[in-house]
Design a protein around this ligand. Structure first.
Ligand code: AMP
Length: 405
């Protein structure tokens, strides 16, 4: 059976889509943006690999999805895979039933920006394509294997038992894909202890033992952890009372500052974009240089901390826009971790072509790899896996389920 899966990632005013077919290299993808405004449009790549730009003035999510699907209908997708940021305590991809949709709704207080947008997209695709199986793939699911000593905060117990206040972790689809692919490249598929650094506009780290997440840098929300484009990562939690008492800020203003005005942007007072900062630092901008240094130092600290979750370190995988493309950031980060025995080959690091997989250590110490992430491919694969399980007539209890590779 040919299996093409439409992967959908709905944001508040945008929809990313990708049609992933069995021959994964023939991918059609695009972005509907500015939804609900006169500037609404779809930009993407067509079947023939040509650029597409289509104006859809004032289109909402449903209209945009209808337009996207009209253009893709002749590819006959077998299923739709929805990226959902927060799945609460759901541990794996799930068929979207009324019960699962309710669980996504219940997790909304934990992802107030993301989950409502996903629900709008889910609602629209369910109405437009009632005959297609629709699967939710959660960013949080991969981290549900964390032990309680990694996911609990040192807060009063009732906040956990009654209000689900705990660490969940995010970017799970990326950490899962990169650690599986990377360990495969390293010749020890899903075996051993690996650290992953997903470095994009949002960034997080993860410790993986025998293919399972044992700790990660993001927590209750995607704000905890390392320095990001506009997010602060870890700060002293007393910052809230300090700013409220001394500057009279309310909780919304503090939250906005920590999520949208901090990180690389806050430190540099220039940009959230690492490329811009590297260029500015080269031209002598000291704030940009400091932002880069704090980013790398705190990233190294996070990796060192997560190593406590691993009996041994076999290696480290870099991914995401920064991790895949910046030899400088990789080198600077590893320079803060000499006691782990990482031995970077500067030559291999600098020679690695953008967007390619490659090993960049010098052959001694833990391995270091760059592995371009493929969240859409992973979502498609998990979607296929759930659909295949639905189509199987009966699964005997003793029969192990096929693993998602
Ligand atoms: P992502 O969110 O994964 O798309 O990553 C976006 C981040 O990757 C931005 O901060 C970009 O500046 C950064 N990025 C992309 N290419 C490069 C590059 N060649 N060098 C440094 N940063 C890069």
């Amino acid at each position: 059976m040919s299996t093409s899966v439409l992967v959908i990632n709905c944001g508040s005013s945008s929809i990313k889509y990708a049609l992933v077919s069995e021959r994964r290299e023939d991918r059609i993808f695009g972005l509907a943006e500015n939804l609900g405004s006169p500037e609404a449009r779809i930009k993407g790549i067509t079947t023939g690999g040509e650029a597409l730009e289509l104006s859809i003035p004032n289109a909402d999510h449903e209209k945009a999805l209808e337009t996207i699907l009209e253009r893709l209908a002749h590819h006959n997708p077998q299923a739709i895979g929805h990226r959902v940021v927060h799945g609460g305590t759901l541990t794996k991809a799930e068929l979207l039933t009324p019960e699962i949709i309710e669980r996504i709704r219940e997790a909304t207080p934990l992802a107030p920006l993301h989950n409502p947008a996903h629900l709008v997209g889910i609602d629209a695709t369910m109405r437009l394509f009632p005959h297609l199986p629709q699967i939710a793939v959660f960013d949080t699911a991969f981290h549900q294997t964390m032990p309680s000593h990694a996911y609990r905060y040192a807060l009063p117990k009732f906040l956990y038992t009654m209000h689900n206040v705990r660490r969940y972790g995010f970017h799970g689809t990326s950490h899962a894909y990169v650690s599986e692919r990377g360990s495969q490249l390293a010749g020890s598929f899903k075996q051993g202890g690996w650290l992953t650094a997903h470095l994009g506009n949002g960034s997080s780290t993860c410790a993986i033992w025998n293919g399972q997440s044992v700790d990660t840098s993001m927590g209750l929300t995607p704000l905890e952890g390392v320095v990001m484009g506009t997010r602060s990562g870890d700060v002293d939690p007393s910052i809230h009372s300090f700013l409220a008492s001394n500057l009279g800020w309310d909780i919304y203003k503090i939250d906005k500052m920590l999520n949208s005005q901090s990180g690389l942007l806050g430190l540099s007072d220039l940009s959230n974009d690492m490329r811009t900062l590297i260029e500015a630092a080269d031209e002598g901008n000291e704030d940009a240089a400091l932002a880069i240094e704090v980013f790398c130092y705190r990233l190294a600290k996070s990796l060192a901390a997560l190593s406590c979750g691993l009996p041994r370190i076999d290696g480290l995988f870099f991914t995401g826009g920064i991790g895949e493309n910046s030899a400088l950031i990789r080198e600077k980060t590893l320079a803060y971790l000499p006691h782990f025995g990482f031995n970077l080959s500067k030559e291999n690091n600098n020679a690695l072509k953008r967007g390619t997989e490659g090993r960049i250590d010098a052959g001694t110490g833990p391995q270091i790899w760059v592995v371009p992430t493929d969240e859409e491919g992973r979502i498609a694969k998990e979607t296929e896996h759930v659909v295949a399980a639905l189509e199987r007539p009966t699964i005997k209890k003793s029969e192990p389920e096929t693993e998602v590779a």
